[in-house]
Design a binder for this molecule. Sequence first.
Ligand SMILES: [Zn+2]
Length: 444
Amino acid sequence: MRIITTSLLLLFSAFIFAQTDARIYDIIDAVSSERIKNDIKRLADFGTRHTLSDTVSKTRGIGAARRWIKSEFDKISKDCKNCLEVFYQKDLVKKGTNQRIVKDVEVVNVVAIQRGTKFPNRYIIMSGDIDSRVSDPTDYTSDSPGANDNASGMAGAIEAARVLSKYQFDNSIIYVGLSGEEQGLFGGQGLARYAKEKGWDIIGVLNNDMIGNITGVDGVIDNRTFRIFSEPVPPNETERQRRARRFFGGEVDGISRQLARYVHKTTKTYMPEMNPMMVYRLDRFGRGGHHRPFNDAGYPGIRIMEAHENYTQQHQDIRTENGIDYGDTFEHVNFEYAKKLTSVNVINMASLAWAPPSPEKVAIGGIVEPSAKLKWDKVKGATGYKVYWRDTTSPTWDHSRYVGDVSEFTLEGIVIDNFYFGVAAVGENGHESVVVFPNEIWRN
Ligand SMILES: [Zn+2]
C-alpha cells in the first residue's frame, strides 16, 4: 500500500512539476560503451586521420576513415528502412590558405540526416571530428591515433545514430563527422556554409570534441563532470541589438547560451548522477572547436567535452619521455565516460527533436509597473507555453510557470527590473523548445 501511495505521489509530482518522457530513459539505456569502444579502436587503427593524409589506401589515412564512417551510417540506415540520408559534403581548400594547409586538400565531411516528420527543415546537429594530429600540425604521415581527440566524439555521433534511428522525430537530426578541425576548423566552415545555402533552420549544434578522458593532467579523476562551452551572444549581432542590450539586458542570454542551459537542464532531469558544468565562454582559453564556425554564421552551437583534459595525450607524437607516455592512444580512453556523454547528447537531441519550435518573437513589458508581462507568437505544434525567470545573477532558469496555450501572460508581483525572463514552447509529452530571451519591448 505504501509503495503504491509513494509511486502515485511520485507520478503526481512528476506530472505537476516536470513532466518526463519514459522513452528518454530507454534511450539512455540503449547507448553502448562496447560499441563506442569498438568504434574508437577502429578509428584509431587507421594509423593517422590527418586531414592531409592518404586518401587512397584502404587501411590507413583519412580517406579510409571517412569511407568507413560512411559505411557505418549506411549500415545503420539499412537497419531503419533507409531512415538516414548519408552523403559526403566537401570543399576544396587551397594550399597556403593558412600555414597548416601545406597542399591543396579536399576537406570532406560525412553527413547523415534523419528526416523529421513535422519539421523536416529544422535540424539538431551532433558533430564529432574525423581528423587527428600529432605535435607538428603539418605532419600528415606519422602515427596519429587521435583516440580521444576526436575519435571519441566521432564514435559518439555514430552511436547516437544507432540509438535514435529506432525512433521517429518531429524535427530532423543530423549526425556528422567533420574534417579539417585541426587545420583551422574547415569542415565546420564548409557545413555551415552549406547549411546557409540550403536554408537550414538549425535548432542547435552539439559539438563533441574529446568526450573520453577522465584523468586530468593534474591527476584529478572524475567520471561525472563534463563541460558545456557556450558564447554569450552571437558574433554577428547588429549594432542595434548590441546597443539595446545595454538598456534591456541579455549579456549572458544569447542563443548558444540558451542551448547550453537546455542541455544542463535535460541532463539534470534525466541523468541526475551527472554533473554538467556550464562554462561561460566560447571555448577553452584561446583554443578552438567546430561549433565556432556555426556560431560565426549565426547558429546556436555549443561544445560538449570532458572536464579534465590531459595535455600529454593531445596533439602529441607517440613517445616516452622522462617516464611519461605521450600520445592520444586507445588505452587512455574511458569508454564508460564516453558513453555517458553520448547519452547526454542523445537525450538532448531526442527532447529537442520531439519539441515544437521556439516562439520567434517574444516581447516583454512592465516598465514602472508591479508585474512583468510577456507576449509571444504562437508556434505550430505547441500544446502550451512556459514562462521562465531567474535572478539576474543566476546561471540557470530557476523559476518557471506553465501558462497553458496562451500568447501572453502577466507574472503578478514579479518586478521586471529584478529578474531575467524567457519563454519556451511545450509540446506533446512535455518536450520543450529552447528558451527564448525577449527580443522586443512590449509598450502599452
Ligand atoms: Zn585537437
